[in-house]
Design a protein around this ligand. Sequence first.
Ligand code: COA
Length: 161
Amino acid sequence: MKTAIYPGSFDPVTLGHLDIIRRASIMFDRMIVAVLHNQNKRPLFTVEERMELLRRTTRDLPQVEVASFDGLLADYARVQGACAIVKGLRAVSDFEYEFQMALANRKLNPELDTVFLMTSAKYMYLSSSVVKDVAMHGGSVVGFIPDEIIPDIERRARKEG
Ligand code: COA
């Protein structure tokens, strides 16, 4: 069984993330979408809330599991028996950082490769920060995130704003 991990902060999940999840899920038998800690970020949603939003938006994909992990991604991949990390590349500017992480993860776990999917052109500009910024300023996030989680983001943005 080929297992892959799609890691990220997912604060919150966007249509760009879901595009990558859908396309990658047909390449592997098991896809773990892992909410991991990014030490450079202060999140809007708790890990549990982010996992719930992810579960709700991926429930039609039987290969997909949603999980979280607190340590190194390379160790988590080993524990899960994963052969690949999946990442989306949006622009050349993503490349340097992703290249560095891919090499570091392979050094930490030599059985692990990183597979990059090009983000669909229509989601090139998207990030979780853009979604939060638009919502915090009262703008519409239709077309940025799945419709079913729009009320969750708007409610949280009103509370924080
Ligand atoms: N569509 C929309 N947005 C996308 C996207 C896509 N296809 N691909 C990336 N993004 C955005 C995300 O929304 C996020 O936006 P934000 O900065 O506004 O939040 C950003 O690109 C990616 O950030 P994040 O989700 O935090 O992922 P990351 O690539 O910075 O990596 C971890 C984060 C959690 C995977 C990484 O820190 C990690 O592996 N942590 C565990 C500890 C570890 O092993 N560290 C050593 C790593 S070598």
